[in-house]
Each structure stands twice: as C-alpha cells, then as structure tokens.
Design a protein around this ligand. Sequence first.
Ligand code: BMA
Length: 317
Amino acid sequence: MRRYSNNPIIEPKNIPNISPDIIDATSVFNPGAIKFNDKILLMLRVQNRARETYFIMAESDDGIDFEIADEYIKWEGLEKVNEKIYHLYDPRITKIGNEYYIMFAMDIKSGCFLGLGKTDDFKKFEFLGIVSEEDNRNGVLFPEKVNGKYLRLDRPNKNQLVDGPLTGSEIWLSESNDLLNWKPFKKIISGRNHYWDELIGAGPPPVKTAKGWLCIYHGIALHYQPIYQAGVMLLNLKDPFKLIARGRFNILEPRELYETVGQVPNVVFPTGIIVDEFDDNGFAILESSVKLYYGATDTVIGLAISTIQELIEKCYE
Ligand code: BMA
C-alpha cells in the first residue's frame, strides 16, 4: 500500500479538549470508517491521560482533512451492562440495509467481549448488547446476509502472551439470525508460526468484489516485542468460510517513524476501509481506489492507499 505523503492524518494534538474528560489527549488510533451522505466519517478511538477510552466522530469531504467533533459518543443503553466496563475500543462500522452497525471490543470485569451498537444518523448511538459468549476481539460484520445469515469475522482470545494480553491465532466466521446471538461456524485461517502473521485478527469489514470477499487482517510477529502488520485474504462469495487465497507478504508494516515509535512501538493496525466505487450490483469495481485507515503505534492515525485490483493480486502472491 502507498502511504499518504502527509501522514499521520490525525494526531493527539488535533483532538479538541472536551472538558472535563478529555484534556490534552494522549492518543488517537484504530478508527472505524464509513461513507455517509457523501462524507467520509471516522469513529476515533481516543485515550486521555487517565488512560480512559472515548469514541469521537470525525468527518471529511476528501478522506484526508478531517473535522473532529467537539463531543464524544454517549451510548444509549450501555447502562444495561451490569458489570464494570473499562473500555470500548477498536470500532468497525458496517452498513447493513439503512442502518450503520458498529462492532467493538469491550474490556469489562469478566474479560474482553464483542459489543454491538447502531446508529442511523451518527448523532444518536444505541448500544444493542454484548454479542460474544467467550472472550473475543476484532469482530467485523459483513455488509449483507449470506445464505440467509448475518456473518462476521471474529477472533477468539485463547493465547495468553507472557506479560501481555489474552490474544488469538485464529480468525473465525460466526453466524447469526438477529445480529445479537452468534454461533461460531468455521475457522477461516490460523496464524503462521515463524512468519509475519503468527497471531491474527480481522481488520476492517470485508469488501464484496466479483472475485470474492476481500479481507484485510492484522498479523503479529512475535519477536522480543510484537510487530503488528497488515495482510490480505480472499474468501468465497457464496461460502465465505472457504478461503480462496491468502497473501504471503504483508501489505503494510511499521517503517515510518510514526509507525515505529510511540505509545506501543511497531504497530500498524488497520480498522477502516473506504472503497470509492461499487457497481450496480454492489460489487467493488476492480479499478476503484481504496483508502485504508490504521492506527500507528497506538498513538496516531495513518492513511494508506491502493486499488481493489492490487489488493486482490496481493492475495495470490
Ligand atoms: C491489540 C489491540 C489493539 C492495539 C494493539 C497494539 O491487542 O488491543 O487495540 O492497537 O493490540 O497495542
């Protein structure tokens, strides 16, 4: 992928003070992205100096210069969780029908689970519920039902890193009839030990192309310190549990200073994708440009650019 030349596009200093909770923000990263009313919207993950997490909306005409809201998102219905909530983070936004769904990780007292919210105007946000039974992260909804079921990629957390978080080495496809109750259906891919993607997790929502569902995921190489990178895979359109191709090489890795030095070094973490053009049947056009939004070092947001065609080719390399 090609980095935008003026990366990072959003930094902590761009976050307005939202007194009394956010003053002189520490970091802004791992944003959800979606097109809405001809604008590109990002849902920013912002951390303050208390290391508390907030979601803040940002909007742009060109996907580069963003205007950041001066209030943070308040989820209606979050009070129905009767357990201490520490953080909601890493939102992924998917449009299904006329609704916009946001799936995010929730650190609560009993572990890390997937939460689901929705909005139709990006002004009012409703929390729908906790939607994973087991510890899980990186939940990403498909933009339409397939074979009569809602689908998502997710990443059960089953690997305990020494001195680190509970993480995972498998991306699964789960299915649901109502978006609230989910059943793991099939494992899609496993981490490749010794290579760039030993631990893995889904990235932005899958993109429908004539060649299959194009999915960007993150992979972690377990060195002295973990290195977070991004890669691609292609899933069968009608049976998305069937892997068609998976790239050997990563498509983005920490190289620039803002990707190597920061709160958490050596992290690029893709969470938002904007595809410019779709055909009348809802397939991304091969020549269409793709904007990938990613968190870098858990500190700033970067933008990287490619095309659908190039990303599909990378799946086969
Ligand atoms: C992962 C997630 C991400 C984070 C990354 C690097 O486990 O928690 O939110 O960006 O680690 O710290």
